[in-house]
Design a protein around this ligand. Sequence first.
Ligand SMILES: Nc1nc2c(ncn2[C@@H]2O[C@H](COP(=O)(O)OP(=O)(O)O)[C@@H](O)[C@H]2O)c(=O)[nH]1
Ligand SMILES: [Mg+2]
Length: 489
Amino acid sequence: MTNMDNSATIRIAMGEAMKPHRIMINHSDISQEDWDTGRSMAYNGWTHKMEFWAYPKRHPRTIRIAVGEAMKPHRIMVNQAGISQEDWDTGRSMAIQGWEHKMEFWAYPKRQPGTIRIAVGEAMTPHRIMVNQASISQEDWDTGRSMTIQGWEHKMEFWVYPSKPTPKATSTKPISTTKTIFIGNPGTGKSTLLNGLLGKAAFESGISSGQGLTTVLQWEETSNGDSYADTPGLSDVKLSEQAALEITKALKSGDGHYKLVFVMKDDEGRIRPADLVTMNLVLDALQNIDADVQYAIIVNKVETGVLEKLRVDRDACTQFLSALGGKYSTPYVHLYERVETLVSKSNGVHEVTDDLRSFLLTLPSIYIKQSHVMDVSTGDLELKIREMKEELSKVHGDKKAQEERLKEMEKLSEIRINQLKKDSQDLAKKLEKDSRNQITKLEKKSQGQMKEIEKKYQDQIKKVEAGNKRQGLDLLDILKIAVPIVNLF
Ligand SMILES: Nc1nc2c(ncn2[C@@H]2O[C@H](COP(=O)(O)OP(=O)(O)O)[C@@H](O)[C@H]2O)c(=O)[nH]1
Ligand SMILES: [Mg+2]
């Protein structure tokens, strides 16, 4: 979660001196409190050059700038060359090669709304730095000017706030970032779906004789700050303990907004018991969180013939759906057609359908507090799968039980329609409220989302009404077939 806590920035005041030309920041004689309340660096022979605000502690997407100082002449150095940024980020001290560690701050390595660019140049004898050489405008620095000028050599750059960021100025994110976690058994196609969504082979996918390729949790962050997690499969009995740990880790990766996506593999129009057991075990671990646990199911690799059958055969539909509504139920079900070109592929990237994208977009996120997540247990996996098999065969044989489960799903799907309407209204409201302070990029994102949600909503009405042929199926479509009289709209 990128929760911008702007009260947490500190002021860095910079002074410069000549012969040799060099800078100093926040002279140690004066307290940080005083710097924060506007003290000038015009002190002890220094001339006040400029100031900026940065984070005193690690902040999402920032890098650490470690500052060292040396005497004769009094000067500073930052992130001494030869050490990786990763090492600086994990706390390396600048007390090396004659420097004394003075302080540190965290700044953005890339432009962020409301920040300015600080370009750092260095020179030797004595080793020292200069930033944003005075003869050039801040605008020019912001558009990428190099500090390789007048004897300086461009060393690095970072982005910071030119004045104390008020919570308002930077916390107008209309939509906070979301972590989407894909969960499911080996070979269901999680990694392939994720790669398709991200448009690149970020996650390893393929076959490895029954065992999952994914054995540890892996996160990928997109450019807008959302992230996606691929997790190992639970039903891999040999690795189930580790898989449970990794899934738990994903759910406990910090308080914030999550979307849970369970990926199952179609078995000729039936749901596999092991896929349901896996889902239930994970949902069991979330029973203490405050929110209503909303989640999505993607039934993947559905044969075209099966999709066709579900479209016309009411009984097949009823059976299929009732299997999904057991201990837990969700209106967010999507059937994804088998992609022939992906058979036995490794690291295949295929463009996912717009239907799938908007399906995931309209899935509500849930707020998960890390401390409320219980450990995912594997218990007696094989026994649980056997029990589930039996339960399913009972449900399949019992028409009455099927109809009951179906009614439950019908109710849920109404909730979903209302949710869709509410989502687009909420977004519209948020946009209106924030519109004056809106950060252009985020604004575009949320407008896009609003449009997509509206479009999805309208498309859905159209498609269900027209009974259009499409690549996948949503629960709403299936209900239209399975329930004789559906009056969803
Ligand atoms: N035919 C077909 N194969 C798929 C599809 N999705 C994934 N695969 C293949 O199934 C195998 C396992 O997929 P992978 O994404 O690694 O599954 P994971 O274990 O759930 O991450 C790979 O060889 C994929 O190419 C699909 O929609 N259709
Ligand atoms: Mg995988």
